[in-house]
Structure formats: structure tokens, C-alpha cells
Design a protein around this ligand. Sequence first.
Ligand SMILES: [Zn+2]
Length: 298
Amino acid sequence: MKKLKNFYFINLCLIIIIISTGIVSGKTEEPNAILISWDGVSKDPLLELMDSGKLQNLTGIYKNGSFVNLSITDHFPDTMSGHAQMLTGYPPEITGVFKSMRYKEIPSGLTLFERLEDSLGEDTIFTGIIASQEKSLGSLHGLPFYHAGKIVDYYYDKNSDAGLVGSVATEAVHHFANQGRFFIFIHFRDAADSGYAFGAGTQKQLDQIINVDAGTGMILNAVRDAGVAENTMIFITTDHGFNSGQTDDAGQNDLWLITNELGLNETGDQKDIVPTVLQKMGVPFENITPVYPGISLI
Ligand SMILES: [Zn+2]
């Protein structure tokens, strides 16, 4: 009888261990990642809005995560070079994307989408690009993300405002969460448009930053509703800033990164984003060639 009791006890323990590791539930515990770009948002107006409680969604992430003071050190700070580095980890000499007036297709295989698909397997990881600006982030021949466009599972590249981006991204999150692991890049153009038109830090630009926060909130809700909040990393950053009050983006190299991940370094470089995401996704990046010039911020 004692032996039988032990047998049941051991079996019960095994069942508890199996359930707690998620094997029975069928849900993968391996992380997903969403990288969000708030185009053209300098650090000063961002902090001002956060301090006055107007960026509820971003602040919610920061409260349970990390704020990184991010710099650009090796390229011109504008939309195309910023996104090329954010999504490859490489400088213009390797990507061929020097600035928004001087660019070419990023060589095949170098983007984060291609790295993840190559390393984890195209049937294991689902990748998507939701970009709100056709000209700089589109998938046409000759544009930087042409090769990435051929391998991602979903590509949206229509000129769109924050509300539309939020709703497209909501659909994508629900769709991908049912498939398996995912990495999605999402781009909001509104604050940059307003910065170029009216000047950075103006009320009109601040209003657009608040709209982008609302669009980001739609994505966070989708992650929650799809039941993947526990294992989805959120990274929010910008491609470049503006000189305050001016419509010129040159010279603004002090940027920011906010994530729901705890324990990131307090300072970093735009080129560190890719190694950080790869490490968190379980892809060893140290032996990848060309060698990444950045480091993991963890
Ligand atoms: Zn930009």
C-alpha cells in the first residue's frame, strides 16, 4: 500500500512539473518580440510628455521595464539610415544605406527578419513588417528592405496614420499568436511628419506623439487579448530625433529605447538593438558574420 501511495505521489509530481513547464498547455514559453519605431521623436519632448502623464502606454511599459539612453555614433541620423541600423545592427558601409537621399537595397540576409528565419527556421518563427511610409520602408525593388520583403510572412507598407497602423498591427498580433513564435516590426510616422511640417517640440508634434502612444496601446491590448503578454518582449525606440523647435533632423544623436524587459544597460547605441533582440530570442550572435559592431544591452 505504501508503495502504491508513493507511485501515485511520484506521478502527481510529474504531472505538476509537466503542467508548470507548459508542455501540456501547448503554449510555447519561448519569447516573441515586437520592435516599435516612433519615427522622429526626440528624447526631450518624450520625457516632457511622460512626466506630465500623457503617454500612459509607454509609461506603463517603462514602469515594469527599462529605459536606455541610446546614441547614434556611426551614421547620419535620419529615417532610412536609422531604420537600416535598427533592423540590421550594421553601419552604412555594410548596409549601403547612408541616408535618406543615399541608399540601396540592403544585401540579402542581413536584416533581423532574415537572421531570425535563418537561425530559428522559417516554420518556427513568423516575421512581419508593418510600416507606415512607402517611400523609406517599402518593399519595392531598390529600397533597403527589398530582400527582407521577400522572406517576411507579412508586409504592410502603405502610408498610414497611427490609428490605422494600430489596427493593422492588432490583426497581425492575433494572427501570429495563433501560429507560433513571432517577431514584428511596427513603424509610426505621425510624429516625424508633424516635426518636419511644424517643428519638433511644437504642440502639433506633441499631439502626434500622444496619438502614436494611443496606437501603441492598441498593440499592447492585442498582445494581452491574444494571451501572449507573458512571453512577448516589447521594444520601443526612434530612428532619429530633431533639433528642438526646428524642422531639421541633422545632429540629433541622443535617442532612447524603452522595453518591458528588466535589467538592460542604462546607456547604449542604436547598433546594440539587433544583438539585444537576437540574444533574448535565443540566437547566439557572436559568431555571425559580418561581426556585429554592437553588444547586447542585457
Ligand atoms: Zn524618421
